[in-house]
Design a protein around this ligand. Structure first.
Ligand code: OFO
Length: 180
C-alpha cells in the first residue's frame, strides 16, 4: 500500500511521461514538416517509448490498488529556431525529468517505501541512458555542423538510431526508411 504522497508524485510522473510523449510527437511532426525524415522517425519512435514509460507507472499504481490519474497538461512547443535548438530543448527536458525521478527516489527513500524505491531503479537507469543519448546526438550535430550537406548527414545519422523502422513505416504515409 502506497502513501498519499507517493501516489500523488507517481501520478505527477505519469503526466510528465505523457507530456514527454506529446513533445516528441510534436517535434517529430516539425521534423517531418522540414523534410528531416530520419529525425522524424526517431522522435516518433521516442514518443512511443515515453508512452511505455507512462504505462509502466500506471501498472505499478494499479497493482498497489491506487487510482492512477491522467491529468490535463500544456501543449508542447510547435516551433524551433533550428535542429540544434530543438535537441538542446530535448536535452534540457530530459535533465528536468531526471530531477523529477530523483525527487521520487528521495521521497521513497525517506518514507521509507522499499517497493517504490526498487520500482524506480528502472527509471534511474533509463534517465541516465536518455541523457547520454541526447548529449551524444547534440555533440554529433555540433561536430558535423548544419551547413551545406551537414543537415542531410545529421538526418541520416539520427535515422540510423531508429530500431525496427518497418514498424514505424507501417503507421506513416510519408516517412522514408533511413539507409542502414
Ligand atoms: Fe525521456 O524518459 Fe521517460 O522517463
Amino acid at each position: 500500500m502506497l502513501s498519499p504522497g507517493i501516489i500523488d508524485k507517481l501520478n505527477q510522473q505519469i503526466n510528465w511521461e505523457v507530456y514527454s510523449s506529446h513533445m516528441y510527437l510534436q517535434m517529430g511532426a516539425w521534423c517531418s514538416y522540414k523534410s528531416l525524415d530520419g529525425c522524424a522517425m526517431f522522435l516518433t519512435q521516442h514518443a512511443d517509448e515515453e508512452m511505455a514509460h507512462m504505462r509502466r507507472l500506471l501498472k505499478y499504481l494499479q497493482e498497489t490498488g491506487a487510482l492512477a490519474i491522467i491529468g490535463g497538461m500544456e501543449a508542447p512547443p510547435t516551433e524551433f529556431s533550428s535542429l540544434v535548438a530543438m535537441f538542446d530543448k530535448i536535452y534540457t527536458h530530459e535533465q528536468f525529468v531526471t530531477s523529477k525521478i530523483n525527487e521520487l527516489v528521495h521521497l521513497a527513500n525517506t518514507e521509507p517505501d522499499y517497493s517504490t524505491l526498487q520500482f524506480l531503479q528502472w527509471y534511474v537507469a533509463e534517465q541516465h541512458q536518455e541523457e547520454f543519448l541526447f548529449k551524444s546526438i547534440l555533440d554529433k550535430i555540433k561536430l558535423i555542423g548544419t551547413e551545406g550537406q551537414g543537415l542531410f548527414l545529421i538526418d541520416q545519422e539520427i535515422g540510423k538510431l531508429v530500431s525496427n523502422p518497418g514498424a514505424l513505416e507501417a503507421t506513416s504515409n510519408s516517412a522514408t526508411a533511413p539507409q542502414a
